[in-house]
Ligand binder design. Structure first.
Ligand code: CAA
Length: 379
């Protein structure tokens, strides 16, 4: 994405690239093993303003172009996919507020991200993953308050967020039209975190259950009208999926970088293994896939910039880039051979990290449903 960004943003890109290379990539190796939340790294990132990259200028944000943010996200993902997941998840919550919230809610959430805090998007439940409409969490109106009850799961930043975007049923009889969305402050009595996931990859991100037990929130915490929650959530995901694709491009690129670096110095049969056309073709195919995915992300971002529909393109970007990240990680392991399978080398981590990009923010099967619906239309 770097080739698309303004000359004036190149210095910022270089600064973020160096931070990711020197600090994030190196330190996250040990946190990948321990599964601990790397608080120091996130504090440094917050000081650099990385939590607030997508905060619009009118709410105090840096006013960066989308392609610039994408180039920065790609660098973050190259360094560590858990790291970029944390940043992307805060922006996912922010997007929901920017789509459905009022001015006060928007400013408050933007301020929190500018301060270096995190956000979480709480849609998924044990019985409402792909089937997002099957939500069991309820929000019952009592005077000037709503009382939330239910359990959200697999929530990125669930244990570290300062604000939570939460969907809940205000009228079950209305199906998806009875779902509403709220912004809930961390520390609200009745909001707690449960089960922390011990994940296969993206281990530097925090993922846990978020539980609501008679959690009272002011009615003013609702975003939009009652019944608009599902639409807000779907529009948010439409937009955010492009950014997930961007993260996957970063992993795919790192796979190429690692495979080329290793393949140039590894000697077999008296020559570097990359002198073999069989491996050169593998690198070429990895590059074709990565560049195509990157262009798809850029295309979806351009449609957003132009105010044109992008639901299908965003789903394609996420789906294709997620598949590419996994394919490239497998090929990188193959090129490194036995070393690729060893934890001494980074590429096995890339495969573990890449896999989630085919799962979260809607599985790639769900993306294909979205794409097919856009192509076929209602009939
Ligand atoms: N924009 C606006 N409105 C939309 C919409 C969209 N993209 N998609 C659906 N809607 C509306 C429809 O218009 C419809 O309303 P009308 O009847 O008035 O037309 C209503 O919502 C229901 O629409 P559908 O019946 O077509 O939609 P659906 O319920 O069948 O949706 C689905 C199906 C696409 C599979 C959806 O359930 C879905 O996206 N599931 C995946 C959920 C998901 O991505 N979860 C990820 C959680 S976030 C996460 O992973 C973050 C993290 O922490 C890392």
């Amino acid at each position: 994405m770097a080739f698309l960004i303004n000359p004036e943003d190149q210095d910022l890109l270089q600064t973020v690239r160096e931070f990711c290379e020197k600090e994030v990539k190196e330190q996250c190796k040990e946190f990948d093993v321990s599964g601990e939340w790397p608080a120091d790294i996130y504090e440094q990132a917050a000081e650099m303003g990385l939590n607030a990259l997508e905060v619009p200028e009118e709410y105090g944000g840096p006013g960066l172009e989308r392609v610039t943010v994408a180039a920065l996200m790609e660098e973050m993902a190259k360094a560590d996919a858990g790291f970029v997941t944390t940043i992307t998840a805060s922006n996912l919550a922010l997007k929901a507020v920017l789509i459905g919230g009022n001015e006060e809610q928007k400013q408050r959430c933007c301020d929190l991200l500018i301060e270096g805090k995190h956000g979480a998007f709480c849609l998924t439940e044990p019985m409402a993953g792909s089937d997002a409409s099957n939500s069991k969490t309820t929000a019952v109106r009592e005077g000037d308050e709503y009382v939330l009850n239910g359990r959200k799961c697999f929530i990125t930043n669930g244990g570290v967020a300062s604000f939570y975007v939460v969907t809940a049923m205000t009228d079950k009889s209305q199906g998806v039209k009875g779902m509403s969305a709220f912004v809930v402050d961390a520390g609200t009595p009745g909001l707690s975190t449960g089960n922390h996931e011990n994940k296969m990859g993206i281990r530097t991100s925090n993922t846990c259950d978020v539980v609501f037990e008679d959690c009272r929130i002011p009615a003013s915490a609702r975003m939009g009208a009652e019944g608009e929650g599902y639409k807000i959530a779907m529009q948010t995901l439409d937009m955010s999926r492009t950014w997930v694709g961007c993260g996957a491009v970063g992993i795919a690129q790192r796979c190429i970088d690692e495979a080329v670096s290793y393949g140039k110095q590894r000697i077999t049969f008296g020559k570097p293994i990359l002198k073999n056309q069989a491996l050169q073709f593998k690198i070429a195919d990895m590059e074709i896939r990565t560049e195509t995915a990157r262009q798809m992300v850029a295309h979806a971002l351009k449609l957003m910039d132009e105010g044109k529909p992008y639901s299908k393109e965003s789903a394609i970007a996420k789906c294709y880039a997620g598949d590419v990240a996994v394919q490239n990680a497998l090929e990188a392991i193959q090129i490194l051979g036995g070393y690729g399978y060893s934890r001494e080398y980074p590429v096995e981590k890339l495969l573990r990290d890449a896999k989630i990009f085919q799962i979260y923010e809607g599985t790639n099967e769900i993306q294909r449903m979205v794409i097919a619906k856009n192509v076929i239309g209602k009939f």
